[in-house]
Design a binder for this molecule. Structure first.
Ligand code: BGP
Length: 483
């Protein structure tokens, strides 16, 4: 029986290009869908989904408006120029791995160029080389909310089958260029979230859709095919590579033990698994297939699609876990878990300032469910708590709450491993304060490292080690023993 974390366990952290790099229009980079997502000043925003919605008019405005004030993701935390300093801090904590994403529009600015943008390729080559020098293993996400805006405007994003080949071309370019530097690859970040955030995940503009649900499920199919083809190419170009899918694990509890509520929540959880099911099993789950047909969602497929899916499944499963959810008694329930319409408040659980419910036991439940379902090696590639950190007069940040969050989650990971779950790594989200995906705020801080920048772009971008920086360093040194 395994006792705790293996000695090869990959401890580290995760960031994404669009939330950290900045340099949004530098060195030939094209606009990405992230570059048009506006800043949302309200901390508790009623409807999380609204923030991700987009209109053609907003896109036109954003294309004309070169400012960074209204579009904070354009400035990130200037990782593009400061990556060596940040990597040195991660190495000081003893990181074994770092998850980053490649911004597709840095490599192919409009998505359709004949040749890749050499400056873009050079940046990531230098980044991965520096990581390897510091013995930090790269885990690279190919698509993390950064598709070229042009492909969204011109083709309504992934609804158009044309995007498959463009994505395969982009991915093959990366595999060929980085084959001696990168072994671990993830295809689509939180692939299930096309349902919730169709624009940033798939470039779908609601106005351009006759039937938004039809567009979403067609986009799902195209991403499934693209993921399978990319997995095949990756194994060909980098024989020792490992390719993973990545899902948002939204572990949801029924509103009551009434079988009606249990059934409703079971179906919600099956829908949450669906995209990962396709990437792991190589086929659509029958229950989902029938549900879609019943709703008259007919996915257009081409001959050969079934074989592509069946013959090119992923090697491991990665996922994000922040909180658990409790089903609303009814869909229109006014009560929400804070700033996101994620069901109701669970009376047994505390919440972050953003209303995300803190449930370490939910992580163990998620690990047991995923390992039992997929029987593939697992890695947690996003977990952490967004908090309003305070810089004390002595310049320190006493984030005991963050240490407590991680301590409790690591204890549950260990229990899951001791029950037999094959968990080979953990990357916290995010090891350094970066721009929030959902709210575009800087004040929703996740890092072990504080970055001096406020929601409006004011600040020196100075990096400050929080108390949790030294704590996580100890955790890694002791391989998860000294919590
Ligand atoms: C996930 C994204 C990450 C990250 C995380 C935290 O959905 O994959 O990019 O942002 O959410 O969310 P937020 O930044 O909105 O707090």
């Amino acid at each position: 029986m395994s006792k705790g974390f293996s000695k090869e366990f990959l401890w580290g952290g995760a960031i994404a290009a669009n939330q950290s790099e900045g340099a949004w229009d530098e060195d030939g980079k094209g606009m990405s869908v992230a570059d048009v997502i506006k800043f949302h000043s309200k901390i508790y925003v009623k409807d999380y989904k609204k923030q991700m919605e987009i209109t053609s008019q907003q896109i036109e405005e954003a294309i004309k408006d070169k400012s960074e004030k209204k579009y904070p993701k354009r400035r990130g935390i200037d990782f593009y120029h400061k990556y060596k300093e940040d990597l040195a801090l991660f190495a000081e904590m003893g990181f074994k791995t770092l998850r980053v994403s490649i911004a597709w529009s840095r490599i192919f600015p409009t998505g359709e160029e004949e040749k890749p943008n050499e400056k873009g390729l050079e940046f990531y080559e230098e980044l991965f080389t520096e990581m390897k020098r510091l013995k930090i293993e790269p885990i690279v996400t190919l698509s993390h909310y950064e598709m070229p805006l042009e492909l969204s405007v011109k083709y309504n994003g992934w609804e158009d089958r044309k995007i498959i080949n463009l994505f395969v071309k982009y991915s093959k370019t990366c595999f060929k260029r980085y084959k001696n530097l990168v072994k671990y690859w993830l295809t689509f970040n939180e692939i299930d979230s096309i349902e919730r955030h169709p624009f940033i995940t798939a470039g779908i503009i609601p106005e351009q859709c006759k039937n938004i649900k039809q567009s979403i499920y067609q986009a799902f199919h195209h991403q499934f095919i693209a993921s399978a083809l990319v997995t095949q190419e990756c194994h060909k170009i980098i024989p020792e590579s490992q390719v993973g899918c990545m899902l948002t694990k939204l572990t949801t509890y029924p509103n009551t033990c009434n079988p009606e509520d249990v059934e409703k929540t079971l179906i919600k959880n099956l829908l949450n698994y669906f995209p990962a099911d396709v990437q792991v099993f190589g086929e659509y789950p029958v229950i989902i297939q029938n549900m879609l047909e019943k709703e008259n969602i007919i996915i257009k497929k081409e001959s050969g699609d079934e074989d592509i899916l069946k013959n090119n499944t992923v090697d491991f499963v990665s996922f994000s876990y922040y909180m658990s959810l409790t089903e609303s008694a009814n869909e229109n329930s006014e009560k929400t878990a804070g700033n996101t319409i994620f069901g109701v408040k669970n009376p047994y659980l505390p919440s972050t300032e953003w209303g995300w419910q803190i449930d370490p036991k939910g992580l163990k439940i998620s690990l047991l469910e995923l390992y039992d379902r997929y029987k593939k090696p697992l890695i947690i590639v996003e977990n952490g708590m967004g908090a309003v950190d305070k810089v004390e007069t002595d310049g320190k940040i006493h984030d005991d709450y963050r240490k407590e969050y991680f301590k409790k989650h690591f204890e549950q990971m260990k229990e899951a491993i001791e029950m037999g779950v094959e968990l080979f790594g953990y990357t916290s989200w995010a090891p350094i304060d970066i721009i929030s995906a959902g709210t575009s705020q800087m004040s929703k801080r996740y890092g072990f490292i504080y970055v001096d920048q406020d929601d409006y772009g004011n600040g020196t971008l100075k990096r400050i080690k929080k108390d949790s920086f030294y704590w996580y360093k100890k955790v890694i040194e002791s391989n998860g023993e000294d919590l």
